[in-house]
Design a protein around this ligand. Structure first.
Ligand code: E4P
Length: 217
């Protein structure tokens, strides 16, 4: 499973990139707003920090305007992935960009039929939003499972990018269901390494090691 980080905070991205665990980054207009910096500047900086796909979202509502924005964004770096909304206009733009060989991430997916359309439009990634479905008492994981089955039935190459992840359990469950990628907020990504028994065990090993009076180097 690939790990993307869901943030436009370059300090967080730098820290996580240094772990060697990061395969890409996703941003959206809300995350750019939080970063409080010009979009193109922040996206360029992120593209320098990671080799994998960096999702930059268009904000136009109509295909040709989306494509014009996509041209601006793809000029920033060669690892830009154009994020498009799951609307008919977004799907039309997705088809054009996919045919041109530009990576695409179709976002705001809340149903299996929407995911089917995105795959037919040649999307590189489909982003089902798990947390936002959970928020309205619909199990977001069922959507991941349905999309996995549909994509496997027809051998679609579109990758399932589980988004709107809120907990470490979401990451585990998405991995069990065969999502190709999870885009994870920085704090949740860092939390994946933690287990109280790891901390307790390490403490006790270190205490016993100190008693030996030895050193490895
Ligand atoms: C990622 O591509 C999405 O924009 C993001 O995961 C949305 O997460 P949220 O529902 O926590 O805002």
């Amino acid at each position: 499973m690939k790990f993307f980080v869901d943030t436009a905070d370059t300090a967080e991205i730098k820290e996580l990139a240094a772990t060697g665990l990061l395969d890409g980054v996703t941003t959206n207009p809300s995350l750019i707003m939080k970063a409080g910096r010009p979009m193109k500047e922040v996206i360029a900086e992120i593209c320098d920090l990671v080799d994998g796909p960096v999702s930059a979202e268009v904000v136009a509502m109509e295909k040709d305007a989306m494509l014009a924005e996509a041209r601006e964004l793809t000029a920033i770096a060669n690892n830009i992935c154009i994020k498009l909304p799951l609307t008919l206009e977004g799907l039309k733009a997705c088809r054009v960009l996919s045919d041109q060989g530009t990576q695409t991430n179709v976002t705001l997916c809340f149903s299996a039929n929407q995911a089917l359309l995105a795959a037919k439009a040649g999307a590189t990634f489909i982003s089902p939003f798990i947390g936002r479905l959970d928020d309205i008492h619909i199990d977001g994981l069922d959507l991941i499972s349905d999309i996995r089955q549909i994509y496997d039935n027809y051998m679609f190459e579109t990758e399932i990018l589980a988004a709107s992840i809120r907990t470490a359990n979401h990451v585990k469950d998405c991995a069990l269901l065969g999502a190709d990628v999870a885009t994870i907020p920085p704090a949740t990504l860092k939390a994946l390494v933690k287990h109280p028994l790891t901390e307790k065990g390490l403490e006790s090993f270190m205490a016993d090691w100190a008693k030996t009076g030895q050193s490895i180097i």
